[in-house]
Ligand binder design. Sequence first.
Ligand code: SOE
Length: 387
Amino acid sequence: MEKKKLNVGIIGHRFMGKAHSNAWLKAPLFFDLDAHPILKTACARSEDELSVFAKTWGWESTETDWRKVVEDPEIDIVDISTPTHLHFDMAVAAAENGKHVFCEKPLALSKAQSEEMLRIAESNKVVHYVNHNYRRTPAVMLAKKMIDEGQLGQIYHWRGCYQQDWIVDPEFPLTWQLQKEYAMAGPHWDLNSHSVDLALFLVGPIQEVSCITSHFIKERPLPGVGAKAFTSGSQASAEKGTVTVEDASLMMVRFTNGAVGSFEATRFATGRKNHNTFEIYGSKGSIRFDLERMNELEYFNREDPAELQGFRTIMVTESTHPYLSHWWPPGHIIGYEHAFVHAVADFITAVSKGSSIHPNFEDGVKIMSVLEAALQAAESGSRTSVK
Ligand code: SOE
């Protein structure tokens, strides 16, 4: 029997547009899905870049006005792969038009925006998802299984550290990620949103935060054409502009279950490219994950015989490991793009079954709440100077 087709409209054609297009194409090839995604319409402002993007990835048509995509009766799913400040308007309009929404992270610029997005998505009964993709790396899913099965015992510590270095060069231009009106904050929003999602997923709710932030470089050249994240040597103009977000954030939290946590988020960790790591320490054992070694999970089991105790490295590539049965034999590792394929596969399943998927906009509200509280703490928190 022919599978139901789900027509996808994507808004955004750069890094995330590319990663998402790959996932919409690959998911039905590697997962036996109840419905088949069709790459229907690609939307971006620049006609030239858009036509190259659509032809490369096989999007059937193109549109430069995103409202036409969300109002198109042919479209079933809207994929929002745009900068953060556009998420609210696009997700609300898509949900109001009955479209299922696959939205990039961070969900929004504020808790209030994310609450309104959740309210409208729920009232229009659409599937809503925010792409904190790292949850769907198999090693993170294995960590979740181990914790849920009590293999770490009571959790005492979360230690998250998300470090990049693509703006250490003072000549890197003032792209949208460095401007509050488009990004809300710097790595505290862009990177800590990932780490907070993982902490909420693996450890549980957060009840209290404190935070300090730092601004290392206050002025940067205005961006020239084509300036974008990670692209060193991006064209920059002679004129300068003010950086209006933090360059680094150090946050501490108390979880409702009594555990405590620390979060580092920075784009000035020279030498670290996408160093998204976390450690979780419990009464029966501990784990450590490093995205740059994403097929591995380090594990210490306090119940091993004393003479055999030590952190061991689990190769998370067995067919019994989460998602791996869809890919290659043991040891034939997978990469960054696979978590996007897992997210698309699970999203299509949720749409087909009329079920929900996590992290969704409700999870997004929780993440925004923690990040926003931390920024308030950073702005008003009392700190005692060391005499
Ligand atoms: C830039 O910091 C960025 O592209 C983030 O926006 C992504 O969420 C992260 O996965 C990689 O780095």
